[in-house]
Design a protein around this ligand. Structure first.
Ligand code: GAR
Length: 202
């Protein structure tokens, strides 16, 4: 076992099945260690994956709370855990400007499109409707504007004429599982940073 002190301490925020979380757990190599998984939804598969691996978990429901109050609870847990980096992996809540600014340069997300194209929701439906030839996945620094942060890494996949949204989502998910650990390792090794609103590699 690697000592607890090895690498950057990573907290992962999820809302669902957590397949990206699983790929990040499998790829942890000493440059980072997942120390906490927080979900806004109870009973999701991603929480089971984390618990099975002995990772601390927490559920923070969002219902009935202001965005700031919800984000404040998450922030308290992240600070208490001494998280260095925060990774959104299928986390389906918009974070407040204050939270995002507090974690600037240390907060990343994966989105299933070739950003800046197709921000937001119903991505695969819209890509298919527009008869795009290519789609893909993007890992980006999170900034207050939704899905608008500087991109760290992207991977593309073909869109086939007979694709359903689910077929396209599955094809993209397979590349997400390689892309996200690669991008997180770059950040954990200080090989990429957010500087003056731009992604800078060193
Ligand atoms: C992934 O495809 C991820 O890109 C997407 O949700 C899925 C989560 O799957 N995220 C977004 O759409 C964020 N806007 P997972 O729970 O199996 O990792």
């Amino acid at each position: 076992m690697k000592p607890n002190s090895s690498g950057k301490k990573v907290a992962v925020l999820i809302s669902g099945r957590g397949s990206n979380l699983a790929s990040l757990m499998d790829a942890a190599d000493g440059s980072y260690k997942i120390i906490l998984v927080i979900s806004n939804v109870a009973g999701v598969a991603g929480l089971d994956r984390a618990r099975d691996a002995g990772i601390a978990t927490a559920v923070i429901p969002h219902a009935g709370k202001s965005r700031e109050a919800f984000d404040g609870e998450i922030d308290n847990l992240l600070r208490a855990a001494n998280a260095d980096l925060v990774v959104l992996a299928g986390f389906m809540r918009i974070l407040s400007d204050g939270f995002v600014r507090g974690w600037e340069g240390k907060l990343i997300n994966i989105h299933p499109s070739l950003l800046p194209a197709y921000k937001g929701t119903r991505v695969h439906e819209r890509v298919i409707e527009a008869r795009e030839a290519l789609s893909g996945a993007s890992v980006h620094f999170v900034v207050p504007e939704l899905d608008a942060g500087p991109v760290i890494a992207q991977a593309s996949v073909p869109v086939h004429p007979a694709d359903t949204p689910q077929m396209l989502a599955d094809r993209i998910l397979a590349v997400e599982h390689k892309l996200y650990p690669e991008a997180l390792k770059l950040l954990a090794q200080d090989k990429v940073k957010l500087q003056n609103g731009l992604t800078v590699f060193s």
